[in-house]
Design a protein around this ligand. Structure first.
Ligand code: GLN
Length: 484
């Protein structure tokens, strides 16, 4: 498939800053790549080509020395962009054009980055495959018959297929790390509160975080340096100082203690994933990291806990979509109640309705104590497991997903089966911790596999450093699919 060679954000920024390339040329190359591949991959729901080219001219005139000068970015379609349709992959918001930019979008643009358009995802970020998108699934660039992962599948595909060097996603229970893993790129879920969520369409507010997709740890570090920090529009955005993330990438991880919860790999993990994971640990050990067996005794309850907390919060957050203020309103209704009912029946897809019902149920009188309150208690235990582990180790290593990508359509009949694949990702959200997924190999069928490193609160620099050191020996980011 023709198109631009894969370039990193760092290379693009350097080329634009030094005058070796113009932002306009870079954006044209990205648009050409989208043109060539998006029909197959369905990564972008909206391509804002003209706007991007206009913006590139401004960057060439005024932002040449900015930290992301000329870097094209893809933005998940649950993140608001002023003047560009933002659907959350739902019929409910099919025609919604936000009157403001999310803080993360404003920050990236102020750093010289250029929004190319909006990427596909599971409806309201609920899912692990993008098959819940109202606009069809994204397809995996390594094999278009396979899922991209989700919910931020379109963002992962955009980076993996070379349409954009950087993308934004949101991660409530794994939605950045899992699609990054399944598409063979890097994806970072920052600490809860590290990055502003102003302008992110809320799914589960005690879990949601925005973060970057990139091909390299360096690019993820570069993006996080721009994204992180407090925001007067988001009281949950932390005031913790923002370190120089790229400066942390020294390649030196000697003496770093890495915890490995081996018993979590005993069941339900594909052989290829297990093999790649253990080989990855060897690479880290040969770089001087010390591996220490740890236990996370409550990890086995994390999925149940997550699907109670997340659905409870979603049922409340999604109450605002009732046909009155936002997007879709069912036509020809009799009265207010009829309007609410028809709008929500027609506007939401099956998975979103399932979650609203589950969430309403676990919050309802008589069930609140048995489900929601209990889940909150178990959530504390999950967090304490990590606190204990971090007394011994600097970071925890796990696979990102127990399997590589599966075929599109293969699991749509069995939502529970799909929920169970979130086993390695949800606990970082429940505990509010940062976690980073980097590519660590392939299945025999050449589908990517990811390694996940989880850290202490606000220890993103440690995770990026480990990911970068690992990349220096393995170079999986240079692998490119021949399928597209
Ligand atoms: N797969 C998880 C879910 O379906 C996570 C989604 C997310 O992180 N947005 O809820």
């Amino acid at each position: 498939m023709p198109g631009a060679p894969l370039r990193t954000a760092r290379d693009i920024r350097d080329a634009v800053s030094s005058g070796h390339a113009s932002a306009v040329e870079v954006v044209q190359a990205s648009l050409a790549r989208i043109e060539a591949t998006n029909r197959t991959l369905n990564a972008f729901l909206t391509v804002a080509g003209e706007r991007a080219l206009e913006r590139a001219k401004v960057v060439d005139r005024e932002y040449r020395t900015a930290p992301l000068a000329g870097v094209p970015i893809a933005v998940k379609d649950n993140i608001c962009t002023r003047g560009i349709t933002t659907t959350a992959a739902s019929r409910m918001l099919e025609t919604f054009v936000p009157p403001y930019d999310a803080t993360v979008v404003g920050r990236l643009e102020a750093a010289g980055a250029i929004v190319l358009g909006k990427t596909n995802c599971d409806e309201f970020a609920m899912g692990s495959s993008t098959e819940n998108s109202a606009f069809g699934p994204s397809r995996n660039p390594w094999n278009p018959e396979y899922i991209s992962g989700g919910s931020s599948g379109g963002s992962a595909v955009a980076v993996a297929a070379g349409m954009a060097p950087l993308a934004l996603g949101s991660d409530t229970g794994g939605s950045i790390r899992q699609p990054a893993s399944l598409c063979g790129i890097a994806g970072l879920k920052p600490t809860y509160g590290r990055v502003s969520r102003y302008g992110l369409i809320a799914f589960a507010s005690s879990l949601d975080q925005v973060g970057p997709f990139a091909r390299t740890a360096y690019d993820a570090a570069l993006a996080l340096s721009v994204l992180a920090g407090p925001d007067p529009h988001d009281a949950t955005a932390a005031h913790e100082p923002v370190p120089a993330y790229t400066a942390a990438l020294t390649g030196d991880i000697r003496g770093m203690r890495l915890g490995v919860p081996r018993t979590m790999l005993d069941q339900g993990v594909d052989d290829a994933v297990r093999t790649c994971f253990y080989v990855a640990l060897d690479v880290l050990r040969s770089r001087g990291a010390e591996l220490i067996d740890i236990e996370l005794p409550h990890a086995k309850y994390a999925i149940a806990t997550y699907y109670i907390v997340a659905t409870a919060e979603a049922s409340s957050n999604l109450a605002r979509f009732d046909g009155v203020r936002y997007g879709f309103r069912a036509p020809g209704t009799r009265d207010l109640k009829d309007m609410y009912e028809k709008t929500r029946r027609l506007g939401f897809g099956a998975e979103v309705k399932r979650r609203i019902m589950l969430g309403t149920y676990v919050l309802s009188a008589g069930y609140y104590d048995a489900y929601y309150l209990k889940a909150q208690r178990v959530r504390t235990l999950v967090r304490r497991d990590y606190e204990q582990a971090f007394q011994q180790v600097d970071a925890v290593a796990m696979p990102t997903s127990p399997t590589a990508a599966f075929k599109i359509g293969e699991r749509v009949e069995d939502p529970l089966q799909l929920y169970l694949t979130d086993i390695f990702t949800v606990s970082a959200n429940l505990a509010g911790l940062p976690a980073f997924s980097v590519p660590c190999g392939f299945t025999p069928d050449r589908l990517p596999i990811g390694l996940q490193i989880t850290g202490r609160p606000f220890a993103e620099a440690t995770l990026l450093k480990i990911g970068d050191a690992y990349e220096r020996d393995t170079q999986f980011f240079n692998a490119q699919s021949s399928a597209i």
